[in-house]
Design a protein around this ligand. Sequence first.
Ligand code: RB5
Length: 142
Amino acid sequence: MSVIGLCSDHAGFELKEAIKRLLEARGLPYKDFGTYSSESCDYPDYAHMLAHAVEAGEVYPGIALCGTGNGIAITLNRHSGIRAALCWKGVLASLARAHNDANVLVLPARFISEEEAAGVIGLFLETPFEGGRHRRRIEKIG
Ligand code: RB5
């Protein structure tokens, strides 16, 4: 079973803790790359660590959080091996997997409840990549 990689900044810390409890309840292993408190910090520090670990195959997939999700998604997507998708509804997570083969789910911690996040995560983890025409498009991303 692959190990799920987690990271957040301070704005995502509490929801990341809730996600850890959710993963534990489902028996899913994870590695938490920080941050480890609600003290103000800079999201790129954690996004780069998670991105390197996903690219190295140490963890898969990743789940990343910041207040809006945008800062951490922008940072993650600077890495050529990362396809990070900002999702706040289940259908976005399903399509990010099915069409984009997203390897990091990004959640907007200040705009999503624990219950909503649980639903989004479930669909992200369960949905396979469709391949076919979507593979061609991903290859064109470069
Ligand atoms: C932190 O206040 C906030 O700017 C950060 O979590 C994120 O939303 C940035 O994109």
